[in-house]
Design a protein around this ligand. Structure first.
Ligand SMILES: *[C@@H]1O[C@H](CO)[C@@H](O)[C@H](O)[C@H]1NC(C)=O
Ligand SMILES: *[C@@H]1O[C@H](CO)[C@@H](O)[C@H](O)[C@H]1NC(C)=O
Ligand SMILES: *[C@@H]1O[C@H](CO)[C@@H](O)[C@H](O)[C@H]1NC(C)=O
Length: 357
């Protein structure tokens, strides 16, 4: 405990040497006074704490068909009000908001699980906001029946196991949401009569910081708030649905590129009047017809297989040819050497007797 106290003192010392803000120091001391981070920050215990949640989707990182998983990078925007985080700006040098590091020493009580830590922004009215970034990797049932013309719907569910709705009132924060078309909307809840706490919305994910994915197009992000009774206590759950469609154009481009790559290789090997090139080109123009796409892919594959076999045969032939050429060259050289030696020997045989004589 003493250790932590010193850490805090050193931290404030350090802070003061950088920007000696006496008012901020006084304010932090004031806020830390009588603060217990385990307290539910509501004055009247019989009332729930209103927590509003907004999901800001940044990127779809991966959709893994094999392992039935989706991974996204998102910011989760939590907002609530803390009755102890109020102050009069006039008494603290006009400070209207302050950033507080979360962690063990943090005086703000609501701590939600997220992958990364982030600071709390606290306003003098007691409003607290936290936007931790997170990478969520979650199970999603992926149906590949219509691959590569498929679309998938995955969802994230958010709720508290330990705090019922009478302690934490969890709800979407829906105002001024950017939808998949890039419009700013205020989606209206569609409530059921039987359970007025539960509702649907057409958009629940904010896409103002969304970065497009090359393989998947984001179609729709509807949401659902579900209030379920367990043991006479209502429990609140938020469902964020992410509906994506596979971009077949990207898929076709990949296929086309690989085919073109093959064609390039083939055209270097085959004479231009070869039959196989027109066949392939013909197939490529037919790829647009989606109903026959599979058949054609298989046919292209077969054609490519034939072409590859032919290329291999040609290469083997060429190799054999080279070997024969080398052999004939070697025989040629050998003959030349032998002929030279023979000429020299016969010449000397003719000349030497004359020299001796
Ligand atoms: C606390 O909240 C309950 C339920 O809303 C209400 O009946 C009660 O009067 C409140 N108490 C105070 C002191 O405000
Ligand atoms: C929504 O946007 C409007 C116009 O910019 C603004 O007046 C309003 O305060 C915003 N609402 C919220 C809840 O941020
Ligand atoms: C697409 O394929 C179907 C089924 O083989 C055929 O009936 C149709 O005429 C084709 N369309 C085009 C544009 O080639």
């Amino acid at each position: 405990m003493l250790h932590r106290f010193f850490k805090v003192v050193i931290f404030f010392d350090f802070l003061c040497t950088i920007e000696c803000s006496v008012d901020e120091f006084r304010l932090l001391q004031h806020l830390k006074e009588n603060y217990d981070p385990f307290e539910r920050p509501i004055e009247n215990v019989s009332q729930p704490l209103q927590v509003k949640v907004r999901m800001l989707l940044n990127q779809i990182l991966d959709i893994d068909e094999k392992n039935q998983q989706m991974a996204v990078l998102a910011y989760v925007d939590y907002r609530w009000s803390d009755y102890k985080m109020r102050w009069d700006p006039a008494k603290f040098g006009g400070i209207t908001d302050i950033r507080i590091q979360s962690g063990e020493d943090a005086p703000v009580s609501e701590k939600f699980l997220s992958t990364y830590d982030s600071r709390f922004i606290v306003k003098h009215t007691g409003e607290v906001q936290q936007n931790p970034p997170a990478i969520f990797r979650f199970i999603c049932q992926i149906d590949v029946t219509y691959y590569p013309f498929d679309s998938q719907t995955c969802f994230l569910k958010m709720g508290s196991w330990t705090h019922s709705g009478s302690l934490i009132d969890l709800d979407f924060f829906l105002a001024n949401l950017t939808n998949p078309k890039g419009e700013i909307v205020n989606p209206a809840p569609i409530r059921s009569e039987k359970n007025p706490g539960s509702y649907y919305v057409d958009d629940c994910v904010d896409l103002q910081v969304y970065m497009k994915n090359g393989e998947w197009e984001l179609m729709h992000t509807p949401g659902k708030r579900l209030v379920t009774l367990f043991d006479k206590e209502p429990y609140h759950e938020l469902f964020f649905y992410i509906h994506v469609k596979r971009l077949t154009l990207a898929y076709e481009t990949t296929v086309l590129l690989s085919v073109i790559f093959f064609l390039q290789i083939v055209s270097n090997v085959n004479p231009p009047q070869s039959q196989s090139l027109p066949i392939l080109c013909h197939k490529l123009s037919l790829i647009q017809n989606t109903s026959r796409f599979y058949e054609q892919l298989r046919e292209i594959h077969d054609d490519l297989q034939k072409l590859t076999n032919r290329m291999n045969d040609a290469m083997r032939e060429e190799q054999q040819c080279c070997e024969w050429r080398f052999a004939s060259m070697a025989v040629d050289r050998l003959c030349l050497y032998m002929f030279t030696i023979f000429i020299m020997l016969s010449t000397s045989a003719l000349i030497v007797p004359h020299l001796i004589a």
